[in-house]
Design a protein around this ligand. Structure first.
Ligand SMILES: [Zn+2]
Length: 241
């Protein structure tokens, strides 16, 4: 499988110092760094490559599969959101790194499959890998070969990969890039997240320790409006009828 970038690769010797017409500043958690954006095209998922700061050999790289619930809705049910947040914290602390955001929702099967899997898990008390199997979805149909090829096209010959996933490590290494793993350990915020992380250890061989849930890490319920109610700014009257 091949990958194509929508910008001409920066060459093989100096991956970090090729400004392009997407370069701009981004502010996050009180800090600021520059970012350049590239589109990853491949025959399956596609994704976006964000180049933060002066990217160079040995830089931090996070290959992140899209999780709408975890990344955007801050769901406590999985570790995707905290992993992405921590990866960005580390990249930001170094002032440089690469985030590749892959459109690989639901372990590559999409959000509908993921929703069906979660529903099956709720109804039958099984993990989502078992649910996928029962529903005839592949346990995990993601490929990291295109993104590994894209890293190679960027001119990177060595990276520190922010991951607990041995498949990502292997894909990057197979692209001819020297790769050092940097584990991303987060504390599960719910029993469901703990169970999911346990499943990733068992079914996909992720480098994760046994966890205990830290409910204090979850958003406190009293920070949310009560179920069935809706907060309205003062002076704004909700439409009725
Ligand atoms: Zn998730």
């Amino acid at each position: 499988m091949t990958a194509q970038l929508d910008q001409t690769g920066p060459g093989t010797d100096d991956p970090g110092h090729h400004p392009d017409d997407t370069e701009h500043r981004i502010r996050r958690k009180g800090g600021e760094l520059t970012v350049r954006v590239r589109q990853l095209h491949d025959t399956s998922d596609g994704g976006t490559i964000l180049l933060f700061g002066p990217v160079a050999d040995g830089c931090l790289v996070r290959i992140h599969s899209r999780c709408l619930y975890g990344d955007v809705l801050q769901s406590d049910d999985c570790d995707c959101g905290p992993e992405l947040d921590k990866a960005m914290d580390l990249i930001q602390a170094e002032g440089a790194g690469v985030l590749i955001y892959l459109e690989q929702e639901g372990r590559g099967s999409g959000l509908i499959a993921k929703a069906r899997g979660l529903r099956y898990s709720e109804r039958h008390g099984v993990d989502t890998f078992t649910s996928y199997r029962e529903l005839d979805y592949p346990l995990d149909c993601r490929s990291y070969a295109p993104v590994a090829a894209a890293l190679r096209e960027l001119g990177l010959r060595s990276v520190r990969l922010l991951t607990n996933n041995p498949e990502k490590m292997a894909a990057v290494a197979q692209a001819g890039i020297a790769v050092e793993p940097v584990q991303l350990i987060t504390v599960p915020r719910s029993e469901r997240a703990r169970a999911y992380m346990q499943s990733k250890r068992e079914f996909r061989g992720h480098w994760l320790p046994e966890f205990r849930v830290d409910p204090a890490a979850a958003l406190p319920p009293d920070a949310l409006p009560a179920a069935g109610t809706c907060a309205h700014p003062a002076g704004v009257v909700p439409a009725t009828g």
